[in-house]
Design a protein around this ligand. Sequence first.
Ligand code: MRU
Length: 363
Amino acid sequence: MSLQSIKYTRGSLEILDQLLLPGQSKYLVVRGVEDGWKVINKMQVRGAPAIAIVGCLSLAVELNPEEFASKKSLRQEIEGKLNYLVSSRPTAVNMKIAADELISLANDLYNDESVDVAEMKQRFLSATEAMLKKDIADNRAIGAHGARAILQGVAEGSGAPAGSSGSVRVLTHCNTGSLATAGYGTALGVVRQLAELGKLEHVYCTETRPYNQGARLTAYELVHEKFPATLVLDSMVAALLRAKNVAAVVVGADRVASNGDTANKIGTYQIAVVAKHHGVPFYVAAPLTSIDLAIPGGDHIIIEERPDREMTHVGEHRIAAPGINCWNPAFDVTPAALITGIITERGVFKPTELKEAISKLQS
Ligand code: MRU
């Protein structure tokens, strides 16, 4: 069974505290929106899809026992709390997109005179809960599309040749697996699908300094799944691509702009540059809820900056010289020109095709 980052039944939400992994597996109870905001902001739960799901479910558990005197007060509560949750972390767009959709649903229910306040609450809770199942289904579709694209690319001669059984070596960055989503994972879902097809020769994961999502979380998931996997430091990627016949890089996304520029974990951009140099295809795996058609390019993405301490300390131990200044952006933007394809649940698109393809899907 794969790891479960989010446990939810109506009225109860728990998240696996990712600050404690891999040493300890401990679930934290999230009682409402204030707890939801804190666990996201402190990165006890992280990963763009998981942030949105936990944020919205934290509102669901808060609303569940409450009685509302009117549809108006319920609508106000929903809108105010969702907008507050959007402020918990700025770069990933998934929470904002989920909030906009749920606020629009609340407005529709408010305007529908055949719906009373009790029904409005029930329908709102059901819509929120549906995010869990949808995310897993989307990730499975991303996995299937991504694995197919990588294997097809190899068959057509891009990247390194496949191993003797047609299996491939891939590299991933940060953590995009069951821990970062409702389950299965995005980029790690592609890796999972390759393994399910018997086509995964090896997966390399980066350490992902400074928060070490790769070493702590992805490595944990890969060991748990018994995939053939090796950890490398972020500084080893160029050497790895030169030496190890990597067929493709596949990473996740926190926000994809309409031109395909992609914000993802710091270090992604330099991996894309190195991949280009070595002729290795570079894929971004992201659900449509990570794509922000409202912004034309990556310059419009707000990049979260995190505390110096994440760089200067490992646990309680200081490793950097006292007094040194630090710059700690949590994400960077990979220009679309370095991206081979964006793998979504609806297919794989070249960055230049993305906007039109999604507009067509939505019309
Ligand atoms: O700071 P984090 O750990 O939330 O950053 C996570 C990433 O950058 C992931 O690659 C991204 O959110 C995609 S998760 C499916």
